[in-house]
Ligand binder design. Structure first.
Ligand code: ATR
Length: 278
């Protein structure tokens, strides 16, 4: 029987996930299909309540559904509860299980491309939106001692930090957005989780002068692949990791849960997915 999965979002037509999952389905010779389905917020409950009957083994969720879907599921795993968002649903015996694989995707992306010595490390996170939640969760799991968040809207960063209070293993502090250049001193990792630098948006306005040259700079924006932030970091000699790997790695546990094979993230896959961006 054909196994069906999909990404649902609004909008969703630019998603790279169908290209990615269909590449793996072909590679591992699995009878399945993965499509992109546009579901507006008002259609979410109906889609979710009928997905098992409609033959889906699971779905990915993207903007704006990752938080709203949490009230519509039978079970939610601990990581997704702590992050406060679900990006993957797995259907098992007719029940809907929610997971979050974004934090795993972020960690795997940086640790598979760069050797980070985490003990006593300091990370600076730009942004406090949906993507920042998974990134900060991942940084805590990786064992970062000091995490500094800065966001244009300070209240949003405060809300995010208070939602983490019970699982706190790292010190998390908030800095003013206007101070973003100064907090880079002694940092080991700089992560952009804002949408700044994405094709069609303004570039991120930041001066990296105080950032140590050994610090890793990573961006969750992958279109363009080399964002103005990464270009600036490369020019001054910092190691960098682009954002496409996070997308590729977050798909691994979802594919495995739906189709029973742990797929590999390879350079060939990266190149294949990148063709859709160009
Ligand atoms: P996502 O779920 O993809 O993280 P989001 O929740 O809309 O998307 O968050 C986008 C992030 O980019 C937020 O941190 C946002 O800052 P605000 O909380 O102040 O809105 C940040 N962002 C977007 N445009 C920005 C801009 N022009 N300057 C600074 N930050 C910006």
């Amino acid at each position: 029987m054909l196994k069906k999965a999909a990404v649902i979002g609004y909008p969703v037509k630019h998603s790279l996930s169908p290209r990615l999952h269909n590449y793996w389905l072909k590679k591992y010779n699995i009878k399945g299909e993965y499509t992109a389905i546009e579901v507006p917020p008002e259609g979410l409950a109906e889609f979710i309540s009928t997905m098992a009957a409609n033959g889906f083994c699971g779905v990915n969720l993207t903007i704006p559904h990752k938080e709203a879907v949490m009230d519509l599921l039978d079970y939610i795993d601990d990581n997704a509860k702590k992050i406060g968002a679900v990006n993957t649903i797995v259907v098992k015996a007719g029940k809907l299980f929610g997971k979050n694989t974004d934090a795993y995707g972020f960690s795997e992306n940086i640790s598979s491309s760069h050797h980070l010595v985490i003990s006593s490390s300091k990370a600076v996170v730009l942004g406090a939106g949906g993507a920042a939640k998974a990134v900060i969760f991942a940084l805590q799991q990786l064992g970062f001692k000091e995490i500094i968040i800065t966001n244009r809207t300070r209240a949003r960063a405060e809300e995010l930090v208070s939602s983490y209070q019970r699982t706190l293993v790292s010190s998390i502090t908030i800095a003013e957005w206007n101070d973003r250049n100064n907090i880079l001193e002694n940092a080991d990792l700089l992560v952009n989780t804002t949408s700044l630098g994405m094709t069609g948006k303004e570039p991120l306005d930041i001066d990296l002068s105080l950032l140590p040259k050994t610090a890793l700079v990573t961006d969750i924006v992958y279109s363009p692949l080399i964002t103005p932030l990464l270009a600036q970091a490369i020019e001054r000699g910092n190691p960098t990791v682009d954002g496409l790997g996070m997308l590729l790695h977050q798909a691994v546990p979802a594919f495995e849960a739906w189709f029973g094979v742990k797929p590999e993230v390879t350079n060939e896959l990266r190149e294949y997915v990148l063709q859709q961006l160009s």
